[in-house]
Ligand binder design. Structure first.
Ligand SMILES: CC(C)(COP(=O)(O)OP(=O)(O)OC[C@H]1O[C@@H](n2cnc3c(N)ncnc32)[C@H](O)[C@@H]1OP(=O)(O)O)[C@@H](O)C(=O)NCCC(=O)NCCS
Length: 190
């Protein structure tokens, strides 16, 4: 099968996002990602170990036995210089958040990444916000200065409405990522 056609014509938004269970770990044999380390994280059990240790929870998207992508979520604390909620009478500079830990999709599954992030935002707003204080979704968007050009995932998150914690950060960043956040309030109010 030509590699481009593996997921051709599939509307990912019609697929259920499923919690990772032991039976689903055997998926992923043919998983290909633009960043090979994300294949390794899956195949060498990092995600399973972290899920088992309750350090994250993982959800997946699949077409039959083919892994389309995965996303992990974990508790986080957003720390900012600017008291983001001052207009609401809340002057903190740290806020409860849920972090997107690892996100990867098969490189032949364009559009699946956006769907998984939008699903995560809706899930946090619908399932977690009623249970516990959480206002933001955060992510450390991967930035790899050692590729040419540099690999920068932040553009993907910017398109989805995420903002930089430090918009004036000089590039390349000191860390191999740029921290970003998404305000859940508009989604919650919907
Ligand atoms: C980042 C990743 C999840 C994006 O998934 P995807 O399915 O390819 O992305 P989508 O097709 O849903 O992209 C949505 C939009 O973002 C854009 N986009 C995707 N990656 C981008 C990037 N690195 N920079 C800028 N824009 C990007 C797409 O062109 C698309 O734009 P459009 O709506 O104008 O057409 C995927 O490329 C991936 O698995 N990368 C390797 C692992 C990784 O970097 N994970 C994130 C770590 S924080």
């Amino acid at each position: 099968m030509p590699s481009q056609s593996k997921f051709e014509g599939i509307d990912f938004s019609q697929l259920p996002v499923e919690p990772l269970t032991p039976e689903l770990l055997s998926l992923g044999q043919g998983f290909r990602c633009v960043r090979g380390e994300f294949v390794t994280y899956w195949k060498q059990g990092r995600i399973q170990r972290e899920s088992d240790a309750n350090v994250c929870n993982c959800w997946i998207l699949r077409v039959d036995d083919a892994l389309v992508g995965y996303i992990t979520l974990l508790a986080d604390k957003l720390q900012v210089e600017n008291p983001l909620l001052a207009a609401e009478g809340v002057k903190y500079q740290t806020f409860p958040a849920i972090k997107i830990g690892l996100l990867a999709v098969d490189r032949r599954a364009k559009g699946a990444g956006k769907y998984l992030v939008e699903w995560a935002i809706d899930y946090v707003a619908a399932a977690l916000v009623p249970m516990v204080g959480v206002r933001f979704v955060t992510v450390d968007a991967l930035y790899d200065r050692d590729t040419d050009p540099a690999y920068d995932a932040s553009g993907f998150y910017t398109k989805l409405g995420f903002e930089f914690v430090d918009p004036n950060e000089s590039l390349p960043p000191e860390t191999p990522y740029r921290t970003m956040y998404y305000d859940l309030k508009p989604v919650i109010e919907l």
